[in-house]
Design a protein around this ligand. Structure first.
Ligand code: PGA
Length: 259
């Protein structure tokens, strides 16, 4: 796992965007895995800037989002469909037919989940998956206890996640209890993983994910099993990492590393 510690949120976002842009430059028809939440907002803003100012082209890109709340329609302001269109898709040129986001309103969830997995495979698999991390250590909505081989399925949100996400809703009771989410196994199948984390409230989860044991109680720890996982944090989210000096040393020395 590569750990990149940046001084602040803006730098973290720019570094993550540069990695996405590099993938698109080498593979213009890449399949991107998208994440929602407040953390990737800066990354999306930077990708939009690169599209508008530096011709970063998404015209051949296909996207798959990690998750969606069950019960929210695509037009609900807190749905992840709405989030993605508002913060990313309406500003760039991903063809509408190439955008895949789990349905929060299907009448048959098991069939939809199976279809979603099949669709990812038909598109050649995910080249780069963007991830956030929950304060309970989750990736996507793979809450503590999720199997590390899980696939796209329905998941009940943890109390911690409901509390964390209540800030986006008028009342805590409005936060959906269920979500449809890619599984940890689905995520580990992506060829490259980029996880972004910012702020002191993520420090414990980051330390557990990067330096703790691999455990279904911290599903982000499954990144340790992936051969190309990059964790990008700001200083605050890196605060509990015991090996932070070493990660910084590696990153600073990178261009000079022997091939
Ligand atoms: P956040 O959510 O970026 O809003 O903190 C992260 C997550 O739950 O994955």
């Amino acid at each position: 796992m590569e750990v990149i510690i940046q001084q602040d949120y803006e730098q973290m976002s720019r570094t993550a965007a540069r990695i996405v842009a590099e993938v698109l430059n080498t593979k213009p028809n890449a399949v991107l895995g998208m994440a929602t939440g407040s953390t990737p907002l800066g990354l999306y803003q930077e990708l939009v800037r690169l599209h508008q100012k530096e011709q970063l082209d998404f015209s051949r890109v296909t996207t798959f989002n990690l998750d969606e709340y069950v019960g929210l329609t695509v037009n609900h302001p807190q749905s992840y469909h709405y989030f993605m269109h508002e913060h990313f898709f309406r500003h760039v040129n991903v063809p509408a037919q190439n955008i895949n986001i789990p349905s929060g309103t299907t009448s048959n969830y098991p069939a939809f989940c199976e279809w979603y997995e099949k669709r990812i495979a038909e598109c050649g698999g995910i080249d780069l998956q963007i991830l956030g991390i929950g304060s309970d250590g989750h990736i996507a909505f793979n809450e503590p206890g999720s199997s590390l081989t899980s696939r796209t399925r329905l998941k009940t949100l943890s109390k911690q996640t409901i509390d964390d996400n209540a800030r986006f809703f008028e009342h805590r009771e409005d936060v959906p209890v269920y979500a449809i989410t890619m599984g940890v196994g689905t995520i580990l199948d992506a060829r490259k993983l980029v996880l972004v984390a910012s702020g002191g409230h993520k420090a414990k989860a980051i330390a557990q994910a990067v330096e703790g044991p691999v455990t279904s109680m911290v599903t982000a720890s499954a990144l340790q099993l992936h051969r190309d996982a990059i964790v990008i944090t700001d200083e605050e989210a890196a605060a509990d990492l015991t090996m932070r000096d070493y990660y910084q040393f590696i990153y600073a020395a990178k261009p000079a590393a022997p091939k």
